[in-house]
Design a protein around this ligand. Structure first.
Ligand code: ATP
Length: 435
């Protein structure tokens, strides 16, 4: 059942223009995806809402946008060159590659062939800068956005006059050459991260870590994820990354099992201390009130964009019996803030003067919200089309509109229809859609 839903959702994503396999005309590139007209809106909404929650709503948090390619020493200092590895084994017969710690037997799960010994495989993508391809010009595509924040610690501190505790947030692409990828967009090689690095006095680190865990869990619930399907899961000591004192994941109950969509780590002073050592710069904080000098500890809520996006889609996806009792109908019950299209506007039939009025309404609303104008197919079909992509409101101009200057507004979830004066539309939509 769960697999079936996932399959249907994936096909909806493709059919309706949320997500496409990249370079599809050339047969695709495994684990890389492109976002279509609706997917890009959904992604933008997630990032906008995260930014509002994490930056705009805090006087002590600021944003940053750092480079994808960084000085190679960054990755030496951060430990990624040495330790950002997975154990890799290869089948000697079919040459498929696997993560050794995911295998249950010592033979190839695909063809039963013998496997090579396990070796450490670094997940960072390497490329070359300049005109020569030698080791002196090697650079890496960042595997996380966080390091861009740490190396800018001093710049931000000096230019923003922030006092501890304070945070620096960033949204951007990250790349990981995952050995095994899959489950649609769950594990991909190019993805976006939304990360906050929150610098604190070591004395308060544990308490602040607790606070962020709760805040981050509640963010997903507030955006409509069913409480039953989301949880915090604490890492055991042996699951912790080398730099972390403690870490909890926000996990979602995907059709393929509970899996991480965000990690909230207490990174201690590992990063700033390492970058101080490798850059010979003093990355410490001087408390202006107490005169105390210390390397701040870091609390890091780190989420991807694609995994939460998949969780939002799965949680919102509902199949129900059609009104006529025949074909099943799909409703994407996305929170209105996430919906790619907020309002759809239809003339009841493809004729003037209904078209003219509907187009005028579209033109009036489009600067405030993402709207769609649709005049093809029966009105029922047009409602279904919008339900399927999660549009909260549909507006229909009918023949009565010519006499009463009113339209029908239909609610996606209740399916109720109300009659509203055209001149009051914007105000009413503002009450329902502006958050
Ligand atoms: P996993 O154990 O599943 O590989 P991770 O613990 O390595 O994940 P983090 O390094 O904590 O992941 O990254 C923070 C967030 O970035 C994750 O919660 C996830 O949302 C996102 N992320 C990490 N790797 C990938 C990936 N390969 N594909 C999609 N999103 C990813």
């Amino acid at each position: 059942m769960a697999e079936k839903i996932q399959e249907n959702l994936i096909s909806l994503c493709k059919r309706r223009g949320f997500i496409f396999q990249t370079s599809e005309i050339y047969g695709g590139l495994q684990s890389f995806y492109d976002y279509g007209p609706l997917g890009v809106e959904l992604k933008r909404n997630i990032k906008k809402l995260w930014w509002k929650e994490m930056v705009q709503n805090h006087k002590e948090i600021v944003g940053l946008d750092s480079s994808i390619l960084m000085h190679p020493k960054t990755w030496q200092a951060s430990g990624h060159l040495e330790g950002f590895t997975d154990p890799l084994v290869e089948c000697k017969r079919c040459h498929k590659r696997f993560k050794a710690d995911e295998l249950t037997k010592d033979r190839c799960p695909e063809c039963g062939g013998a496997l090579t010994n396990s070796k450490d495989f670094n997940l960072m993508f390497k490329t070359f800068m300049g005109s020569t391809e030698d080791s002196a010009s090697e650079v890496y595509l960042r595997p996380e956005t966080a390091q861009g924040i740490f190396v800018n610690f001093k710049n931000v501190l000096q230019t923003s006059r922030l006092k501890i505790p304070f945070g620096v947030a960033q949204i951007g692409k990250a790349f990981r050459n995952e050995i095994t990828s899959g489950n649609f967009i769950f594990r991909i090689k190019e993805f976006e991260q939304m990360e906050l690095e929150y610098f604190v006095n070591p004395k308060n680190a544990s308490k602040i870590h607790e606070k962020w865990q709760k805040k981050r869990l509640n963010w997903y619930i507030d955006l409509g994820i069913n409480k039953e399907n989301i949880r915090l899961k604490k890492h055991s000591k042996d699951q912790l990354a080398h730099y972390a004192k403690a870490c909890s994941d926000v996990e979602y109950n995907f059709p393929f099992g509970w899996s991480e969509i965000e990690g909230i780590a207490n990174r201690q002073d590992f990063d700033l201390t390492q970058h101080s050592k490798f850059s010979h710069q003093d990355l410490v904080y001087l408390d202006p009130e107490t005169g105390e000098k210390f390397a701040p500890h870091i609390i890091e809520p780190s989420a991807g964009v694609e995994r939460p996006l998949l969780a939002f889609l799965i949680d919102a996806y509902e199949e129900m019996a059609g009104e006529t009792g025949k074909k099943k109908e799909v409703v994407l019950r996305l929170d209105k803030r996430l919906s790619p299209i907020k309002v759809a506007i239809f003339p009841l039939i493809k004729k003037e003067p209904l078209q003219k009025i509907a187009k005028e309404i579209f033109n009036d609303l489009k600067s405030a919200w993402m709207c769609q104008y649709d005049e093809t197919g029966s009105i029922g079909k047009r409602y279904r089309r919008q339900d399927e992509i999660g549009t909260p409101y549909c507006i229909t101009v009918d023949f009565d509109s010519l006499d009463d200057d009113s339209v029908t507004i239909r609610d996606r979830d209740t399916r109720e229809q109300e009659r509203i004066k055209i001149k009051e539309l914007k105000l009413i939509l503002r009450q329902r859609l502006d958050f």
